[in-house]
Write a protein that binds this ligand. Structure first.
Ligand SMILES: [Zn+2]
Length: 339
């Protein structure tokens, strides 16, 4: 559930600030790869269903080896249970296959997003199918759930899904609201504690300078979305890591159908390197902490992707492939995709 305001017609750089900063920004936008050589990345929040194959290729080329796709709001409300069912099925089915065709290990979290929790009749039906999908292979948590407008219905289904997560011993991925963020974040954490969830099983997402201290102090994981306009820019992210260190902090792109950047993590890593943050700290916030938190689901085996996935684009999923007529399948990681 990551929206953008419509008032910005263009997609500018993530960077704000002085001309010196802007120069660094340009360097990172165009040449981040020079700084991130040898690094691997794990994006724990990216909505690939909304992205193209070019994005998958760019992610793979930039060193992103694994991703988590949270179930979310599609930009318009679904009108029936069948659309939820098909969407969840695609997250553990076609989308995972599509990702594998570019050498990226794909996991997902499954949940009822806050916005659609407000359609209570439908929400009740969705709650009934969640346990089935949460048991599926590669589902690493309940998410993304939480508050949007902070309504009574959102509260009700957030609590119900926390109970589900507790029962199934799964991590929770909590979306925090854009409006009244501080209040919404505190409320999300208080309710999680009230329901007896261990803070280390809860990833509080979309943090900023106002929320990070409390999230870390209370023992939760703190995720940051590097997103144009509404959330964190990467300059600000560098300052957060300088101030709070790398424990329990993670970076994500939350790239979706809006103005967003799937390469936000490698670009932020490059900027961190330029700004003197150690490679060990960079790898914690761009890889290891995402892995550690969601591996608590028991569904992630690092050995599956640490050395990259074997790519065989001649494979099919239910008879369908990522290729179109006349395109040659890529079967070797080092070969060129489009010939
Ligand atoms: Zn999202």
């Amino acid at each position: 559930m990551c929206q953008n305001p419509n008032e910005h017609p263009l997609n500018p750089s993530h960077f704000e600030g002085s001309s010196e900063e802007k120069q660094t920004a340009q360097e990172v936008e165009g040449g981040f790869a020079a700084y991130t050589k040898g690094m691997k990345f794990f994006d724990p929040h990216v909505h690939m269903t909304s992205r193209t194959t070019d994005d998958y290729q760019a992610l793979a080329d930039a060193g992103v080896v694994a991703i988590i796709e949270p179930a979310f709001w599609l930009g318009q409300p679904r009108t029936g249970l069948a659309s939820f069912k098909d969407y969840f099925a695609s997250l553990v089915g076609w989308e995972r296959f599509r990702s594998s065709q570019f050498g990226i290990k794909h996991y997902c979290t499954i949940g009822l997003n806050s916005r659609e929790a407000n359609n209570e009749a439908l929400a009740e039906e969705v709650m009934e199918i969640l346990p089935l999908f949460l048991q599926k292979e590669g589902v690493v948590g309940v998410g993304e759930i939480g508050f949007d407008d902070q309504t009574a219905a959102e509260d009700k289904y957030y609590r119900a899904q926390l109970e589900l997560a507790k029962e199934m011993n799964l991590p929770v991925q909590v979306h925090t609201p854009h409006r009244d963020k501080k209040k919404g974040t505190e409320r999300s954490m208080a309710i999680a504690l009230e329901h007896g969830l261990a803070p280390h099983m809860v990833v509080i997402d979309h943090n900023n300078e106002e929320t990070v201290k409390s999230v870390l102090d209370q023992g939760f994981y703190a995720a940051f979305t590097i997103y144009p306009f509404t959330k964190m820019g990467n300059e600000r992210m560098v300052e957060i890591v300088k101030q709070y260190g790398s424990e329990r902090i993670m970076v994500n792109s939350a790239a979706d159908w809006g103005i967003s950047d799937p390469l936000a993590i490698p670009k932020t890593a490059a900027l961190m390197k330029i700004k003197g943050i150690s490679e060990a700290d960079i790898q914690k916030v761009t890889y290891q902490n995402a892995l550690d938190s969601f591996a608590q689901s028991g569904q992630i085996n690092e050995a599956d992707f640490i050395h990259g996935l074997e790519i065989d684009q001649s494979l099919k999923f239910n008879g369908n492939t990522v290729l179109r007529g006349g395109q040659a399948p890529r079967v070797d990681k080092n070969s060129i995709f489009i010939r």
